[in-house]
Design a protein. Structure first.
Length: 241
């Protein structure tokens, strides 16, 4: 079953074409990685899918429903959630407060929202920090909080924008395990990431874009050996023998 279908998606800002006729498909229960050089259009693609920008042209279908140009809050209620590169929690509020606010996407009850928030934090092995002020968290824990807030909306599809940026190697490995566990729970994941050992270990398939246009798609091993991708982005260090 297809969870997300993007057909001929193009986004222009004046004379700049940030996304150029992008096609991609994400099957239910898979992890799709999106990689490319800085400025390739990865976050713009996410913004179009998540409703922050309306595509100039093209169609986006989520779980069988056309969502092209739909507003982010409506998409969230439909089961499409995202994280952001720059994490901005309510710094003066607790971890639990932040996740509880997100839980209101699916309930109007404070009691139920808080119960959902606690369950999400426990599932991420984060329950012991629920009373800590978000502004006092480490970078790794702020990233985990960002995921917790997205999960609290009960997503079918989770868009993750560089959730491993700034993490130490052991923290990256832990995050990969967390995301695989989410996939095993039935959540479909679409992830942008620059840490290549993580994206290669995590993804079922990978899409590569350059100058807003898809230049390759395939299994991680195929991407690692794709000459066009190596020249455009990966470099010789990522060639699989």
């Amino acid at each position: 079953m297809t969870m997300l279908q993007v057909d001929n998606m193009t986004k222009e800002f004046g004379g700049l074409r940030a996304i150029d006729s992008l096609d991609l498909t994400i099957k239910k229960g898979m992890i799709l990685g999106l990689i490319g050089p800085n400025g390739a259009g990865k976050s713009t693609a996410f913004n179009c899918i998540a409703g922050s920008f309306a595509p100039t042209r093209g169609e986006i279908t989520f779980d069988g429903t056309r969502i092209t140009g739909e507003k982010p809050w409506n998409l969230c209620k439909m089961g499409l959630a995202r994280t952001f590169q720059i994490v901005k929690p309510f710094a003066s509020k607790s971890v639990l407060y932040n996740v509880t606010v997100a839980s209101f996407a699916t309930t109007g009850s404070r009691k139920i929202a808080e119960e959902k928030a606690v369950a999400v934090l426990e599932s991420l092995n984060f329950g012991d920090k629920k009373d800590i002020l978000s502004g006092n968290l480490t970078i790794a824990d702020r990233k985990r909080l960002e995921i917790a807030k997205a999960l609290a909306t009960e997503p079918k599809l989770l868009l993750l924008d560089e959730v491993m940026a700034g993490l130490r190697p052991n923290e990256v490995d832990e995050m990969v395990d967390i995301l695989k566990a989410l996939r095993d729970r039935g959540i479909t994941i679409f992830v942008i990431e620059h840490i290549m050992r993580a994206i290669m270990a995590l993804s079922d398939r990978i899409v590569v874009i350059q100058f807003g246009k898809k230049i390759a798609e395939g299994l991680p091993s195929e991407i690692a050996n794709n000459e066009k991708v190596i020249k455009a982005y990966l470099g010789e260090d990522y060639v699989v023998a």
